[in-house]
Design a protein around this ligand. Structure first.
Ligand code: SF4
Length: 407
């Protein structure tokens, strides 16, 4: 069934650039294979075959195996392997939630070249929400979206707002929506709060938790390699700082997601190492709930000369993530970044979560995303039903809230 869906959708979604990329890739692979001696080509095939066998037996992939699978470029093989793992983890369920994003400000001290969202206070797009603005949004959300289960709040690093501003906002959100989960602040923001408040990471997290913070979204990981971070985001949290915040949050009982931003200056090897770093952390803490890979959108960033990676690459990343992250229960396909057709197709490549209704989003759209800024529950349910899987509305901890018919 998925194979048929895949072929049907694939015909429709392949862009000209994707076709050129694929053709170029095929030629390159043929060239490589022709210039390799049979022994080397045979070894690569052996690695891929052994890796496939390990996946079927529920064994862990190492770096070389993950890289060989990625470079084998066999999308259908990756899909069928990733689907085995996905169905082992979550059966025929595909999760979504009813959530709302809030981005408090876009005024940022960091000035990351990768970013299209952050700006200076003087910029014509600059905005900052005061406590009353957030309360107004939260009140309206409570009226308009009674079945909301999660508020997702991430923002830029404002130069002047004190730490108490964030504590007050957390407390206000929880006061007006006491039964709604508050997932807020990337590790990058937590490091910023530590700097502006003169407190350590643990204290910052403890104080936010006391104010009502329930979990962290895990953004800002980009690629966990400082040689890459120095170029794409030189002023924000380092690899070690990102890991420190995540590990401390997990130790305090605050779960997080894990993320990756791919398709800019990083190598495939750095992507695989990033996944293995996350897997190592998960072995130690068990605090990650889901992994989300974001394709880089270059528009309006310092990397406008780059092309957005192809849908082919997006699906490979979803599948490889599912295969490497054997200790993660969920792989999320963030429809807003991927587009709805690719997010739907990614359910055949190991993803088991489509994120949520979102309602309003500013960060990704600042970088040129052309997707909608929100969708309805009915649209998500219908999207999942078309794949033959079951749409399950979940809370932030993946507990089913309601079983929708996906048949
Ligand atoms: S990526 Fe985050 S920290 Fe960097 S400029 Fe954008 S909003 Fe600021």
């Amino acid at each position: 069934m998925f194979f048929a869906i895949f072929l049907y959708l694939w015909q429709g979604i392949l862009t000209e650039s994707t076709k050129k990329y694929k053709l170029h890739n095929m030629i390159e692979i043929c060239d490589k294979l022709l210039s390799c001696d049979d022994k080397v080509a045979g070894n690569i095939m052996n690695i891929v075959n052994n890796a496939s066998e390990k996946i079927r037996n529920g064994q862990r992939l190492d770096f070389v195996e993950a890289l060989a699978l990625y470079q084998s470029d066999d999308l259908l093989k990756l899909a069928s392997l990733a689907q085995i793992v996905k169905e082992r983890k979550s059966g025929h369920n595909v999760y979504y939630n009813v959530n709302r994003h809030i981005n408090l400000t876009n005024i940022c001290v960091s000035g990351c070249p990768l970013c299209a969202f952050g700006c200076t206070a003087e910029h014509e797009k600059a905005y900052v929400m005061e406590l009353e603005d957030v309360i107004r949004i939260v009140r309206r959300t409570a009226l308009d979206t009674p079945d909301i289960s999660e508020i997702h709040m991430v923002s830029a690093l404002h130069p002047d707002k004190p730490f108490s501003y964030y504590e007050d906002i957390v407390a206000a959100v929880k006061e007006f929506l006491p039964n709604v989960h508050l997932k807020a602040f990337t590790p990058v923001e937590i490091v910023h709060f530590a700097k502006i408040s003169g407190q350590n990471i643990r204290t910052v997290l403890e104080r936010l938790s006391a104010a009502g913070l329930d979990s962290l979204p895990g953004g800002g990981a980009e690629i966990l390699d400082d040689s890459v971070r120095k170029i794409i985001c030189p002023n924000k949290a380092t690899t070690a700082e990102w890991i420190q915040v995540i590990s401390t949050a997990h130790a305090l009982g605050l779960p997080t997601n894990a993320t990756m931003l791919y398709g800019h200056i990083e190598t495939v090897e750095q992507r695989i190492r990033h996944l293995i770093t996350l897997r190592d952390i998960q072995d130690q803490t068990g605090g990650f709930q889901a992994f989300v890979a974001f394709p880089f959108h270059p528009a309006n960033t310092g990397f406008t000369g780059l092309q957005r990676v192809t849908s082919w690459e997006d699906l490979k990343m979803i599948a490889i993530s599912r295969l490497v992250l054997d200790n993660f229960d969920h792989i999320k396909a963030f429809w807003m970044m991927l587009t709805l057709p690719i997010a739907q197709l990614s359910l055949a490549f190991g993803a088991d979560d489509l994120d949520g209704t979102v309602v309003e989003e500013k960060i990704i759209h600042a970088a040129g995303a052309t997707t909608k800024t929100g969708i309805t529950k009915a649209e998500i349910i219908s999207l999942v039903a078309e794949t033959g899987y079951h749409a399950v509305e979940r809370d932030t901890f993946y507990r089913p809230l309601e079983r929708a018919s996906g048949e």
